[in-house]
Design a protein around this ligand. Structure first.
Ligand SMILES: [Zn+2]
Length: 124
């Protein structure tokens, strides 16, 4: 069964077809701007994932942030899902930084290392 959102998505898709993206020059349906932005970001990374606890301006235990993840956005979202499951808490992807609610540095470090990332605990 197609959800309302799917139907709306198709509608947008068909009306956009044929129009070109002003940034990359591809059809909007085949726009590669997100990929280009990902590639530019990935190029600047040093391959080390940094885990940091941030409490400033936040209630309770604050959040654990994970930056420098050398993955395209799509895979960052999948990683976020795994981290939230592992820690049993909420989280979000903000720009290129993953935020996990609460202090879960050890669990996050263990999961990332088990997936082959180089991990560094940074800051307080
Ligand atoms: Zn584009």
């Amino acid at each position: 069964m197609a959800s309302l959102q799917d139907q709306l998505g198709k509608l947008v898709y068909s009306t956009e077809k044929g129009r070109l993206c002003p940034e990359c020059g591809e059809e909007l349906s085949a726009c590669i701007c997100d990929e280009l932005a990902d590639q530019a970001r990935l190029k600047q990374l040093d391959g080390i994932v940094r885990i940091r606890r941030e409490t400033a301006g936040r209630k309770g235990k604050g959040v654990t942030t994970i930056s420098g993840v050398p993955l395209p956005e799509k895979e960052m979202k999948a990683l976020l899902k795994r981290l939230k499951q592992r820690c049993g808490t909420g989280g979000a992807l903000k720009a290129d930084t993953l935020e996990i609610q609460g202090d879960h540095r050890d669990q996050i470090k263990a999961l990332l290392e088990s997936e082959g990332f180089k991990v560094k605990l940074a800051g307080g």
